[in-house]
Design a protein around this ligand. Structure first.
Ligand code: ADP
Ligand code: MG
Length: 428
């Protein structure tokens, strides 16, 4: 075969080769187009993937937005919200719940509901009961203990927490503090009772006044008819004494129930007070009970607008109570002070209120003091612990002080003594 060149390839061979080359070419072309196809599909898939990814990201952002939004709502609510899981562990506790119950969210998350809100209350009023019984509460009331162990009335509703397939996940409770409302309700009841009581008392007093006058008149006549030295004169005297007492009660009753009309005068408080006290000291000296009065006045003049006649009654009533609380004598301190208060935040945009000045009158005794129960009923008309008391002294005092836009506070300790603090607005 040496030196024969290409002429050695037969014609048949050449044909075969050409054909195979053509077919190879075809296959290559096919492969090429298949590859192109694949590439296109890949690109297509890739862009689809990217789109899905984008959508997913978007939906995550939106989900977070919604969750933040819901969270903000939850935290801005003035109602407390608490949720528990099936293990009765707290899973949610919003800011209002913190404020009402005194616990922080960190403190309660993961703890049993019963330890936080179930202390000393009927199990039927608790949240775990809701998913045990599958029954919700609607606008009911209960009293719970706060962290500081303060009894707080709550209005509350509960309901089951379920997912989309109705599987129970736990339960949620919404509640709000009813203390303010309860206080107002009590105040309204008290005021209405007082008004009714006052009206009745006034009627009774009027009805009693006339026959009382009659009894006094006839007792007087009887007294004149009896000879001097007649033992029956003693009985008449007793009748007159009884009438006197009744008369005093009727008078203070009428006084108490009479609506107050103030005749305000610009008054220099210290000299006014001192005049009343001097008058009282005359009585003290006569009674000889070993009681002395100590004055603690400031040097300044203090101007108030008050009704001297009525306010005199306030001071005298308080001094009388102090004396009666010290049957074995002691010291009564009468102190006067001026209080300056920054009037706090202005309630509107018109600016500062400026400084508010108040006069504070303090009357302290070293008497027997009073129990908590007495302290609570102090201003209730007819409440008295004294055998011959009317129970109208302090209620009259309060009425007069209120009419002067003042306030009154009583501090007392059994066996130590009592301090009554009266605040009055001062003239500008
Ligand atoms: P009264 O003096 O007729 O009993 P008040 O309204 O003046 O009526 O007082 C009501 C009650 O408050 C008194 O019965 C007494 O128990 C109590 N109280 C008032 N002031 C004092 C005081 N300074 N110290 C102790 N108890 C007081
Ligand atoms: Mg009294």
């Amino acid at each position: 075969m040496k030196g024969k060149g290409h002429s050695d390839i037969s014609e048949g061979q050449l044909k075969d080769f050409t054909e195979s080359f053509a077919s190879f070419n075809k296959i290559t072309q096919k492969l090429h187009s298949a590859y192109k196809n694949l590439e296109e599909r890949f690109e297509d898939l890739n862009s689809k993937l990217e789109k899905t990814n984008r959508e997913l990201r978007q939906s995550l952002v939106e989900k977070e937005k919604i969750s933040n939004y819901l969270n903000n709502i939850l935290e801005s609510l003035t109602s407390g919200v608490v949720a528990i899981n099936l293990e009765e562990e707290i899973t949610l506790f919003n800011r209002a719940a913190e404020e009402i119950l005194g616990y922080t969210t960190d403190e309660v998350l993961g703890r049993k509901y019963g330890e936080i809100m179930g202390k000393g209350i009927n199990e039927k009023m608790t949240l775990p009961f809701t998913f045990k019984s599958r029954r919700s509460h609607m606008n009911e009331e209960k009293e719970v203990l706060t962290k500081g162990r303060k009894k707080t009335p709550l209005g509350f509703s509960t309901s089951l927490l379920t997912d989309n397939d109705n599987n129970v996940l736990g339960a949620v409770e919404v509640f709000f503090d009813l203390s303010k409302l309860k206080e107002l309700e009590e105040e309204v009841t008290r005021v209405t009772t007082l008004a009714a009581l006052g009206e009745m008392a006034a009627t009774v007093a009027h009805e009693v006044k006339n026959p009382l006058g009659g009894i006094r008149g006839f007792a007087d006549l009887l007294d004149q008819d009896l000879e001097k030295g007649d033992p029956r004169k003693k009985s008449v005297e007793k009748i007159m004494e009884g009438v006197e007492t009744l008369d005093r009660i009727v008078l203070s009753l009428l006084n108490y129930t009479k609506p107050i009309r103030l005749h305000l005068h610009q008054t220099e408080f210290i000299s006014f007070l001192d005049e009343v006290i001097k008058f009282f000291e005359i009585d003290l000296a006569r009674e000889q009970k070993g009681i002395c009065l100590v004055r603690e006045y400031p040097e300044r003049t203090l101007l108030c607008r008050l009704d001297p006649e009525q306010f005199r009654q306030v001071i005298l009533n308080l001094l009388r109570n102090a004396t009666q609380a010290m049957p074995r004598g002691g010291k009564i301190v009468v102190g006067v002070n001026e209080e300056r208060k920054e009037a706090g935040e202005p309630k509107n945009s018109l600016g500062r209120y400026g400084e508010r000045r108040r006069l504070v009158l303090k009357i302290s005794d070293q008497g027997m003091g009073m129990s908590k129960a007495t302290l609570e009923k102090l201003f209730t008309p007819f409440f008295t612990t004294k055998e011959h008391g009317t129970g109208l002294g302090l209620s009259t005092v309060k009425k007069i002080v209120d009419a002067h836009r003042g306030d009154i506070k009583v501090e007392s300790e059994m066996g130590k003594g009592t301090t009554v603090i009266v605040g009055l607005p001062m003239s500008k």
